[in-house]
Write a protein that binds this ligand. Structure first.
Ligand SMILES: *Cc1c(COP(=O)(O)O)cnc(C)c1O
Length: 388
């Protein structure tokens, strides 16, 4: 077999301080985690509401498996669409105020599915420059022309819209995953309407957290299905389980069922998992205190960080990154935090733009105010020495 230069490519990655490896948790997901026999206070998951290991969600999964088994057993269009899947799709549509919803095994898959089904060569996809990688990959798969506008910059979007050809879709994160800021969705929708383009919002980090009932960015801005025809939500973040869905009009969902290959050619997720997600959805909808407590923690953290003179980003969400810049330094800081029993992930290029490595701090409703105080104290001890 011809050499694929793997050794060389791996060495380059290492030399560039970009080498990644998964860490193995020896505990369930939560704010208290164990890694290599050591306990850490974690600010590094997307379990924003503390539901990933909630006893009622665990019980629903167990009960679901007892009733429906573990495996979906086939693709949805064959015999893999079970009653819990159907009930979850209906509950998600109702929650998000859309006519229909369609389940996927992951957000990555949902993004590939919807964009490749809606667009083809001759069409145009407009991306915010900080959009999630799965949206970019979806654009490539679709064969559409694509163009990235400057982050949250409506002049840049407007210029690109006026040059767009064919069917045009504007895709944006609702909450940007590595920065935590919101997309200016009402402005995006206004521009889209003027140019007869469609808007798609990937609300992986808004769903569950934003809006009165936690239905996300679109609820926060009160945007209808007409204004935002395509909503993608993930279930592995604030909802604490896994999977994703697309919500929209009856026609959109029917089109996905006919044309979206990542939907058609993939086995359904576990029906027991759908039971678990139905339970976590019930909790998200009724326990408003989780969102309120999270908001209090965010305010407390930002206040404290400002007092310390840390370089915060303009985020009002649970994602509160501290910009470091240099990848090696970000790694060093993450290491020092570990020595103080805090687990925070350093995020490096290509996940973020060059020279914008950061500590991605995420807060959860499962944190206490004492946890935030401990985080601030530790940052105060570590960061000044490094940043001077
Ligand atoms: C996590 C994430 C996804 C992918 O969802 P998975 O269910 O983890 O595959 C898509 N978009 C955004 C913005 C995300 O943060």
């Amino acid at each position: 077999m011809k050499s694929l230069n793997l050794k060389e490519r791996l060495a380059q990655q290492q030399a560039a301080q970009l080498y990644r490896r998964p860490v193995c948790l020896e505990s369930p997901q939560g704010v208290q985690i164990r890694i290599q026999g050591r306990e850490y206070l974690s600010f590094a998951s997307n379990d924003y509401l503390g539901l990933a290991n909630h006893p009622d969600v665990v019980a629903a999964l167990q009960q679901g498996a007892a009733t429906w088994g573990v495996g979906g057993g086939a693709a949805h269009l064959v015999t893999g669409h079970l009653l819990p899947h159907q009930q979850l799709e209906e509950a998600l549509a109702h929650w998000t105020g859309r006519e229909r919803a369609l389940l996927f095994s992951s957000g990555y898959q949902a993004n590939l599915a919807v964009i490749s089904a809606l667009l083809g060569s001759g069409d145009t996809l407009l991306h915010d420059r900080l959009n999630h990688a799965s949206l970019l990959d979806a654009g490539r798969l679709s064969g559409a022309r694509f163009s990235r506008y400057l982050h949250n910059d409506m002049d840049s979007l407007s210029t690109r819209l006026s040059r767009a050809r064919g069917n045009t879709l504007i895709a944006t994160d609702g909450v940007f995953s590595m920065d935590g800021d919101l997309a200016p969705l009402p402005d995006i929708c206004r521009l889209a309407q003027q140019q007869d383009a469609w808007v798609m919002v990937d609300d992986a980090h808004g769903l569950g957290v934003l809006g009165k009932t936690g239905a996300g960015s679109l609820e926060l801005f009160n945007l209808s299905s007409q204004e935002v025809p395509v909503l993608m939500g993930t279930l592995g973040k604030a909802l604490g389980t896994s999977g994703a869905f697309i919500a929209g009009s009856h026609e959109l969902i029917e089109a996905l069922i006919q044309f979206a290959r990542p939907y058609i050619y993939s086995t359904s997720s576990s029906p027991a998992l759908a039971c678990a997600t139905l339970e976590s959805l019930r909790i998200v909808q009724k326990e408003h205190w989780r969102r309120q407590h999270l908001q209090q923690l965010i305010a407390l953290f930002r206040q404290g960080a400002q007092t310390l003179g840390l370089q915060l980003m303009p985020s009002t969400t649970a994602i509160q990154p501290i910009l470091i810049g240099d990848s090696a330094q970000a790694m060093r800081l993450a290491q020092q935090l570990q020595e103080h029993d805090l687990w925070i992930t350093a995020i490096r290029p290509p996940t973020v733009p060059n020279s914008s490595a950061r500590l991605r701090i995420t807060l959860s409703a499962a944190h206490s105010t004492a946890h935030i105080e401990r985080l601030l104290e530790t940052l105060a001890n570590i960061l000044p020495k490094e940043q001077e």
